[in-house]
Design a protein around this ligand. Sequence first.
Ligand SMILES: Nc1ncnc2c1ncn2[C@@H]1O[C@H](COP(=O)(O)OP(=O)(O)OP(=O)(O)O)[C@@H](O)[C@H]1O
Ligand SMILES: [Mg+2]
Length: 359
Amino acid sequence: MASIQLSGVEKWFGDLQVIKGIDLSIEDGEFVVFVGPSGCGKSTLLRIIAGLEDASKGSLTIGDNDVTGAVPSERGLAMVFQSYALYPHMNVAENIGFALKTAGIPQTEIRKRVNSVAGILKVENLLGRLPKQLSGGQRQRVAIGRAIVREPVGFLFDEPLSNLDAALRVNMRLEISRLHAQLGITTIYVTHDQVEAMTLADRIVVLEEGRVIQAGSPRELYNNPNSRFVAEFIGSPKMNLLPCTEKTGKIVFTSFAENKELRRVTNAKHLSSPSSAIVCLGIRPENIALCPEDKGHISGKVVLNEYLGSEQFVYIDCGFDDMVTARVKPDAEFQIGRLIGLSFDSEKIYMFDRNGDRL
Ligand SMILES: Nc1ncnc2c1ncn2[C@@H]1O[C@H](COP(=O)(O)OP(=O)(O)OP(=O)(O)O)[C@@H](O)[C@H]1O
Ligand SMILES: [Mg+2]
């Protein structure tokens, strides 16, 4: 196990800069998740850490060793990719033990380590099978086994679950969590799935266009996003973002399309002198209560009602470009077309300026 340090890491592909100066300290045993939209540089950064790609600038330390120019095999890291190509002609035991065999480790030792890994991953009864005789989830477990058996100081995962179906993904997510709790190996996990990020991470690093926008625990990012980007990215369904302006000390909602005034926020106390820089108010679906039409901060018409048994999401047209989502108790029914008031929890309101920065 080891800590991992990145200092001033940059990456250029020709004229294109895809990693724009990243400083990051990952603690020994920490589970860090890189999230961000497609193309933001997650895989590139992971490949730089793995040594599969050179950094154009900056340095990388693993434990006490500067590994900036080191080849992948000198870094002691194991990587699991989205496309986990197992050797088709080798059975599970041979696949898991392959790296040990090429490293010249004696057969008895290999057998011992493969059995131990198979026990951890619960594939003991599959050791004699070929990859084509396995399910997707079993194959992915073998791929992880191949990585664990090398006893790496760190694990790098690049979207390892995106080829699996939804139910299996949840299952494998739990297994990866359990594995981390059991082995305590420093882990960096790349995904664009914010649910995976929230459930797996000790710390989430949100990337946008090759920069770290915010890093923190899932709770910190959910409750205290530093920007509109993070606010929108973390949380499902997404935070509602409502265009608004300040007018004589009050917040006035506007519709993007017609620049039309909607009903004002009147009784949100700490909003009595909002900043003139405000252009957008964020509120999460669970912080909106539905009430009679004339009692809310804004009002709208129920468009859609998603009943999920333990909760329900009500989608309301309040005159904004996007519908407003409210998460409410499942017992009340909200008829489509009904006019309804939306009351915001004033403690849970986020405000953003033109640049998307939190005010
Ligand atoms: N070898 C390369 N040569 C040129 N450009 C590249 C190369 N590899 C990646 N890029 C570019 O670098 C940017 C970051 O790519 P990267 O694969 O790191 O994104 P990502 O965050 O992993 O995206 P995704 O979620 O789609 O996997 C992209 O714009 C991509 O086109
Ligand atoms: Mg990628």
